[in-house]
Write a protein that binds this ligand. Structure first.
Ligand code: SF4
Length: 290
């Protein structure tokens, strides 16, 4: 197994992003936090050949009460963390020493662009400016470590959920990211669960022609642009045999560990958070394919 994902704290977050799958379905994941012993047991079980551990991609991983222990446990075994954070960098993780620790322990730090649209963090203002300042501080810390001769450091990426309200500003974000030295942007069009409120879909949904137009605009010669925005283009541009090949599930070699230690092989959000019986939960309709 090359990497495993630990759903360490799916219900613990300092934001309430309206497009979060748990907000869309209107109820928590309901399993509490993963005990540290469960995380350790999962890592040990798959340790042979394990390159990366992904801490919770639902909830804010930097709020996992055992995050620091998890980081140290993985670092001791030379296993890198592949982190996706909402960019608030709570507690010690927003200090230079915290940034440095993350940059040394991760393969990639992906900062989600959903966060600054949420308005506040536990009552305190959290806006686009604060989000950008945090990204810039992390990159500045990385640059300083490079100047000091450090050669093995995490890359810094953005994970941008594209939706009706931010699509017109996406190019502006791209130019800023190029200017401050972000390494990569994943552009992911918004995904709705089948159980999502129709008003939310109407408010944030993108049309097919919006995506076509964004595909043409959101490219860069300075940083890598990827993400599910480009999946359809990949499919459209190749012959049948190639289509079949790239349509196979990309996640056959990965595993997701739930807080109670049980395992899942499929990250399709409809199966995990929505209605597993719906059409969207079937492989042929899966949004993760590409
Ligand atoms: S639903 Fe998607 S992610 Fe899940 S097994 Fe099928 S193709 Fe893979």
């Amino acid at each position: 197994m090359r990497r495993i994902t630990l759903l360490t704290n799916p219900d613990i977050c300092n934001l309430k992003c309206p497009l979060c799958f748990l907000q869309q379905r209107g109820r928590s994941f309901g399993m509490g936090e993963m005990p540290f012993e469960t995380a350790v047991a999962a890592i040990q079980e798959y340790e042979d050949g394990l390159e990366e551990v992904i801490p919770s991609t639902m909830g804010e991983p930097l709020l996992y009460s055992n995050f620091s222990r998890l980081l140290d446990f993985c670092s001791d075994r030379r296993i890198l963390l592949n982190l996706t954070t909402n960019g608030t960098f709570p507690g010690m993780w927003g200090k230079p020493a915290g940034y440095e620790k993350l940059l040394r322990a991760c393969s990639d730090i992906k900062i989600s662009g959903l966060a600054f649209e949420c308005g506040d963090v536990q009552g305190a203002a959290f806006d686009e400016r604060t989000w950008k300042e945090n990204v810039e501080r992390l990159l500045e810390c990385r640059l300083q470590l490079v100047r000091e001769g450090e050669t093995r450091l995490s890359t810094v990426s953005l994970q941008m959920t594209l939706h009706r309200k931010n699509a017109c500003r996406a190019e502006e974000i791209l130019r800023w990211a190029e200017a401050v030295g972000v390494h990569r942007i994943k552009w992911n069009p918004v995904v709705f669960l089948s159980v999502a409120d129709r008003r939310l879909v109407a408010e944030y949904g993108l049309e097919k022609f919006d995506l076509e137009e964004l595909r043409g605009r959101l490219v860069s010669t300075k940083l890598k642009c990827g993400g599910s925005l480009f999946f359809e283009k990949k499919l459209a541009g190749c012959g049948t045999a190639e289509k079949e090949k790239i349509s196979e599930c990309a996640f056959r070699d990965e595993i997701w560990i739930l807080p109670d230690g049980s395992e899942q092989n499929c990250p399709n959000p409809e199966r995990r958070f929505g209605n597993p019986e719906s059409e969207r939960a079937q492989c042929e309709n899966c949004v993760m394919r590409g």
